[in-house]
Structures are given as C-alpha cells and as structure tokens.
Design a protein around this ligand. Structure first.
Ligand code: FAD
Length: 386
C-alpha cells in the first residue's frame, strides 16, 4: 500500500494550491457576499488544465488520473467552495458522461470546447417533483421521425446560468419500469425553446449559479441522444458515482480551509495572557478536526483510486461523500467555536465555510441516499473492507 502521491500528483497539488491562493482566494468573500458568479475565472481555470481533467490529450484535455482531479477540487474548495463546484460539476457531471457514453462524433464535437472552457457543461436531472426519486421525473423527449421533442423543467442546475452544453434527462417512453423510460440528451444552450430561469439565492456556495431550466417543444436531432434510449438512469447513476468523490473532495477542502484558519487563530488570539491554542480545550478541538480530515482524505483517495483503476466504486464513493459531507459541517462548526464571536462574523472565512459545508450533505445525493447505496451493498458483502 502506497500513501505517497506521485511526483505528478504532487506537482498538480502545488500548482493548483498556488493558483487558488493567488487568483481564487482574493475574490472568494466578495463573490459570496454579492452572490456573483465569477465568470472571469473560467478562462483561467481552462489555462490551468482544470476544465478537461479527464479528457484525453487528443481532445485537448489534461488526461489526468482521478486522484489528481480530486486533489485539484480539494485545493480549490480550501479557498472557495463556489469555484470548486464550478469545476466539479463541469468535469464530473458533464464532461465525464460525454466521455464515457458519447459517440466519437459527439466527443470530437464537444470535448475540445469544454476542455478549453469555451463551452461549460451542466447536468440537468433534478425536477420540482423528482429529486431523490429520479424516476418520478415528468420531462419527456417524445420520439419523432428525425429526433425528439423535449418538454419539461429542471431545477437547481449548477452552472445553468453560463453553461453551453447540458446533459439533460427525460423520458422517451411511458412503457416499462419507470427508470428504464429515461434517456440522456446533450442539449445546447442556444436551442430554440430552451430557456434558463433566475438563479436561486442560497445559504452557501452563493456565487455558484443554480437556476431552473425550461424546455418547451425543444427539437433535438437523433444525434443529441447520449448512449441508448432507456439508458439515461444508468448514465445518471454512474455519473453520480464518480461525482460523489468530487463532492467528498469539496467537503474535505472546505474543512481543510476552516482548520487552517482555526490553527492560525488559536496561535494569535490571546486570552488569560496566553494564546488560546495553549488551552487543552482548544487543542482537543483541533485534534478532532485534523483526525476527521485525515480519515476523510483516506476514504476519498481510496474511492478515487478504485475509480481510476476501473474497480467497482459505488459504495466507496458513497462512503467518502457521506463521511466528508458530515465532517465538513462538523469541522466548520468547530472552526467557528475556536474563533468565538469573531467566527460568527463575515470578517472571518469560517463563517462562509460553515454555510458552504452544508450543501455537501445534500447535492449529488443526500446523506440518506448515500446510506441507501452503502446499505444495499453491505447487506450482501457482510465483511467491511478488504
Ligand atoms: C445548490 C444545489 C445545486 C444542485 N445542483 C444540481 C445539478 O447540477 N443538477 C441536478 O440535477 N441537481 C442538482 N441539485 C439537486 C440536488 O441533487 C437535490 O436537491 C438532491 O438530490 C435532493 O433532492 P431534493 O432536493 O428534491 O430532496 P428530496 O428528494 O425531496 O428529499 C428531502 C429529504 O427526504 C429524504 N429522502 C428522500 N427520499 C428518501 C429515501 N428513499 N430514503 C430516505 N430518505 C429520503 C432526503 O434525504 C432529504 O432529507 C442541486 C441542489 C442544490 C441545492
């Protein structure tokens, strides 16, 4: 067992950390306060190779391994959760399914622009009446002679405000089991009948765009279909299996940032004539925070390793996301405790971390859904671990 990062992974971590500190951290508090999506960062993310991380070099991507990707997401989340989810949703939820299920023609047509940041991607699965219960979706893509007619609505779509390439799920039939009725489509933003609503004003990741999508008699040619008819549910679930590792990394990054701020504060803040870091009560909080983060990182790295090596990873991804989502909320709360009253104000970054952390327990499957995925497997496996 090797716990060392490779030279390439170390280089990527250092490069993304430097970029995040120099160009992302300075804007993080302001874009949060203003609920403003930082579109200006997209070309810079592309230049850093962060928008085509799994994309093969022939399509203009960085062709990196899964672990490098989650290291990058963690480093971005450490300073700005919004920027990390912009990168995560694009890579995991839009680029990945096109790479995994697209035809050569679809990959050639879409991936170079996506890797270059000229066409950001988004994933349209959730509907007002179909969140956890994906198969309850009511969007339809009615087959016609030369394609499909798409009607319906999606909600909470990360990147919806600026994305160009949308992976959208809709039912192509009403026959058979509900989950087999779903197909996946690639929909361009400029398609007639497709409109994007106002973004939600959110508790955290406030600068991330999360609008509804509306489809009214949208004509899609046959080659807009991703995978086969009826394969949409499988595509969505497999996409989320990988995406969840990215959200685990996001939770870790938020926690890591809050931890570092807490260590700095504990060393600086003086009460009773000495830094509060010399108090055992504060030391124990810091010890618990660091232990949580290291445990979460092991789960996340392992899930990424399994995925990168083509091994089954649905349970490992769910475990990493469940654990890291919860630890992000826990650690961010502890960070506020270490900061006392200051932590409760916008003057310190832990207030933002506390608000940002919660979403990692909700999107790409709630904690409860992760438990369902894990439980389904452990009931048959019985033995925990290798
Ligand atoms: C900021 C943000 C960004 C998002 N980005 C995207 C995106 O890019 N694309 C996209 O398609 N969606 C996106 N979503 C949607 C997100 O994935 C859903 O909100 C999430 O899956 C939960 O669905 P829901 O909100 O409808 O909750 P519900 O499904 O209504 O769940 C409500 C509660 O009931 C629990 N519950 C439901 N069913 C069960 C069950 N069977 N067993 C146990 N508990 C259950 C849930 O765990 C939760 O606690 C985003 C959401 C947010 C808030």
């Amino acid at each position: 067992m090797d716990f060392q990062l490779t030279d390439e992974q170390t280089m990527i971590r250092d490069a993304v950390r430097q970029f995040a500190e120099a160009e992302v951290a300075p804007m993080a508090a302001e874009i949060d306060r203003e609920h403003r999506t930082p579109l200006e960062i997209i070309p810079r993310l592309a230049e850093q190779g962060l928008l085509g991380m799994f994309v093969p070099a022939e399509y203009g991507g960085a062709a990196l391994d899964q672990l490098s990707y989650i290291i990058a997401v963690e480093e971005l989340a450490r300073v700005c959760a919004t920027t990390s989810v912009m990168v995560e949703a694009h890579n995991s939820l839009a680029v990945w399914p096109i790479l995994a299920y697209g035809t050569d023609a679809q990959k050639e047509a879409l991936l170079p622009a996506m890797a270059a940041g000229e066409a950001m991607g988004a994933f349209g699965l959730t509907e007002p009446g179909a969140g956890t219960d994906v198969a309850a979706m009511t969007s339809t893509a009615r087959p016609v002679d030369d394609g499909y007619i798409l009607n319906g609505q999606k909600v909470f779509i990360t990147g919806g405000g600026y994305a160009k390439t949308f992976v959208v799920f809709a039912k192509t039939t009403s026959e058979g089991p509900a989950h087999r009725q779903i197909s996946a489509f690639i929909v361009d933003r400029d398609t007639a009948g497709f409109s994007v609503g106002e973004g939600e004003r959110k508790m955290g990741i406030r600068a991330s765009s999360t609008p509804p999508l509306m489809f009214s008699d949208v004509y899609l040619p046959k080659d807009a279909l991703l995978g086969r008819e009826g394969q949409g549910f499988e595509i969505a679930m497999k996409t989320l299996d990988g995406g969840r590792i990215g959200i685990a990394a996001q939770g870790l990054g938020i926690a890591q940032g809050a931890f570092e701020a807490s260590v700095d504060y504990a060393n600086q803040r003086v009460q009773f004539g000495r830094p509060i870091g010399s108090l055992q009560a504060i030391q124990w909080i810091l010890a618990d925070m660091s232990t949580d983060i290291e445990a979460g990182r092991l789960l996340t790295d392992r899930a990424a390793w399994l995925e990168g090596n083509g091994e089954p990873h649905a349970k490992a991804a769910a475990q990493a996301k469940l654990f890291c989502g919860q630890l992000a909320s826990r650690v961010a709360g502890q960070a506020i405790q270490v900061h006392g009253g200051n932590g409760y104000t916008e003057a310190y970054p832990v207030e933002r971390a506390y608000r940002d952390a919660k979403i990692t327990e909700i999107y790409e499957g709630t904690n409860e859904v992760q438990r369902l995925v894990i439980a389904k497997q452990v009931l048959t496996e019985r033995r925990v671990g290798a």
